[in-house]
Design a protein around this ligand. Structure first.
Ligand SMILES: *Cc1c(COP(=O)(O)O)cnc(C)c1O
Length: 230
């Protein structure tokens, strides 16, 4: 099942790249494995997946410990400052930086260990009340502030678009994100690049790729529906 799902997602990404005149090598598929057991992740690994996304620190660490070491782990969920120390040396990319205080904590822990940490700024493009992330207007000022911190490198932007039935409804937000990344990269801020645009989930990744996503985060579309204990 997982193999078929991955093949289908990859085919769709390829199709969207073709539609947009992009090279498919520009897009990284992140398998969002939250709540799923290790054997399912291993199935995805056997199919070639090397990028996994988790949204909880404890779960990411537990899976990191037992999974092969050539995996790139992506922290895609809200990150509390007191938990930065547990994942900082395990993740390839933190997608969810949305405050100076969190960036300072990452910088402090990175410097302590003599490592460099790559992050994305999470933008609440649709300005939903329930979501983390900074507004479009706050993004550049926050980036300018974070840019001067040691040990932390901003590599781009991330957004979680609203849950919608029809992915076309999210196209305007993906366009806003793409434009924001272009505007910020034109500022040529030291220590800041806008090479990564993390957007698109199971319901809307094709639209996101058409609008310039370089990372798509697909969970349900690979592993099936998630069951949460109640
Ligand atoms: C759960 C999650 C995803 C994947 O969602 P699906 O709809 O299952 O593909 C992507 N991004 C973030 C930040 C998530 O928390």
């Amino acid at each position: 099942m997982i193999r078929d799902n991955i093949e289908k997602v990859q085919k769709n990404i390829k199709q969207s790249c073709r539609t947009a005149g992009r090279a498919e090598t520009e897009v990284t598929l992140i398998a969002v494995s939250k709540t799923k057991p290790v054997p399912m992740l291993m199935d995805a690994y056997e199919c070639g997946c090397r990028h996994f996304g988790e949204n909880k620190v404890q779960e990411l660490v537990a899976k990191y410990e037992v999974m092969p070491k050539d995996i790139h782990w992506h922290m895609i969920g809200h990150l509390q400052r007191n938990k930065v120390k547990y994942i900082i040396d395990k993740v390839s990319l933190i997608h969810s930086v949305d405050s100076m205080r969190l960036a300072e904590e990452i910088s402090r822990e990175a410097s302590k260990r003599g490592i460099e940490v790559s992050v994305l700024i999470e933008v609440n493009a649709a300005e939903e009340e329930s979501k983390y992330g900074v507004s479009v207007q706050e993004t550049l000022p926050l980036i300018q502030e974070i840019a001067s911190l040691p040990g932390i490198h901003i590599k781009g932007l991330m957004t979680i678009a609203p849950y919608v039935e029809n992915s076309e409804e999210n196209r305007p937000y993906f366009k806003i994100m793409q434009q924001l990344a272009v505007d910020i990269s034109r500022k040529n801020i030291d220590n800041v690049s806008m090479n990564i645009l993390s957007m698109g989930m199971t319901g809307d990744y094709m639209t996101a790729v058409e609008e310039g996503a370089t990372c798509v985060r697909v969970g349900t579309g690979i592993f099936g529906e998630r069951q949460y204990d109640v």
